[in-house]
Design a protein around this ligand. Structure first.
Ligand code: UT7
Length: 320
């Protein structure tokens, strides 16, 4: 028997506090005009001091579980993508499991930075194909505001906090058609948080640093390539894509990717203006928005794409 993963529920959560470009103008040498024209970002959400990544994940997960019409007890596996865990260990997935009031089933984190959700979805799909699980919860959750150098205007204006989640159900009809993951560790230094814990102290600099221009070019190149790879694997044409949901880092990267695929922007889900770059949370946040407002409908082809630190990138093609 061939099993597929069907996405039967989506959910998301954005922290209450909104930080606009205008707010940033008051605290650093920047402008709404510079940020919006370079990135398409107008605002980002910032987690409260008492919120942890698992708290954001919990709200998004509850919403996805409710939309799926199941209960937390029905979840057989939790896969959670993050680069900003509550602590070194245990995993955010384990904290989330406890907060959902369940136990026993496996739960683990995936670390692929902004590709994390696409990686998590691909991993979950492999488990689903084994036929072992009925329902899998896949989450992307981040509090990037805590790893930003707020004195570096070239990076701190780009990111925000949030979480998104999906519930997968075992199905004999598609579902996820295929997933395509890649990494090239030779590019580790173009986007990193070069700090670690050693001997009870933080060594290195645990703040995000990035070669913006190099990341930009790399992202446009690989998002185009991996989309073509996903289409070819399913004998589909570019015109068969009903919705493209790329990682939400920069509107110019999103537009360049759409152009490469010959897609009008009205087939692209973009939330970067309101959410900024929420790393592993960006794709499930955008997906949830497009599902709930009725844009995504049964039978459509939805292409999810991630790209980020590592360097990592990937795509998951879904028949809704
Ligand atoms: O998940 C992947 C995450 N990464 C990304 O998505 C980032 C990809 N890269 C980018 O989006 C772009 O490279 C940036 C938006 C980061 C930068 O855009 P750019 O058009 O390549 O600008 P730049 O880095 O070449 O900087 C141009 C100027 C510089 O001034 P000078 O040296 O030309 O006088 C910067 O100092 O803009 C200045 N600048 C700013 N000015 C006002 C940099 N950041 C800011 C700022 N406000 N926030």
């Amino acid at each position: 028997m061939t099993y597929y993963s069907k996405i039967i529920g989506t959910g998301s959560y954005l922290p209450e506090k909104v930080l606009t470009n205008r707010d940033l103008e008051a605290i650093m040498d920047t402008s709404d005009e510079w940020i919006f024209s370079r990135t398409g970002i107008r605002q980002r959400h910032i987690a409260a001091d008492n919120e942890n990544t698992s708290d954001l994940a919990l709200v998004a997960s509850r919403r996805a579980i409710e939309a799926a019409g199941i209960t937390p007890q029905d979840i057989g596996l939790i896969v959670l993508a993050t680069s900003t865990p509550d602590m070194v260990f245990p995993s955010v997935a384990c904290f989330l499991q406890a907060k959902l009031g369940i136990k026993g089933s496996p739960a683990f984190d995936v670390q692929a930075v902004c590709s994390g959700f696409v990686y998590g979805l691909a991993i979950a799909d492999q488990f689903m194909k084994s036929g072992q699980y009925e329902h899998i919860l896949v989450v992307g959750a981040e509090i990037f505001s805590r790893i930003l150098d707020w004195n570096d205007r070239g990076t701190c204006v780009l990111f925000g906090d949030g979480a998104g989640a999906v519930v997968l159900k075992k199905s004999t009809a598609p579902g996820i058609l295929s997933s395509h993951l890649h990494a090239d560790g030779n590019y580790a230094n173009i986007l990193s948080v070069p700090g670690s814990v050693s001997g009870g102290k933080v060594s290195g600099q645990p703040l995000l640093q990035m070669e913006g221009g190099t990341v930009f070019k790399f992202a446009v190149k690989v998002l185009g390539e991996v989309a073509e790879e996903a289409l070819a694997a399913n004998q589909l044409q570019k015109s068969d894509i009903d919705w493209l949901i790329p990682h939400q880092a920069n509107m110019r990267i999103i537009q360049a990717t759409a152009r490469k695929l010959g897609l009008d922007m009205d087939k692209v889900v973009a939330t970067v203006e309101r959410h900024a770059n929420t790393s592993a949370a960006s794709v499930p946040l955008a997906l949830d928005e497009a599902v709930r407002d009725g844009r995504i409908r049964a039978g459509q082809h939805v292409l999810l794409e991630g790209v980020g630190g590592g360097f990592t990138w990937g795509a998951v093609l879904v028949k809704w």
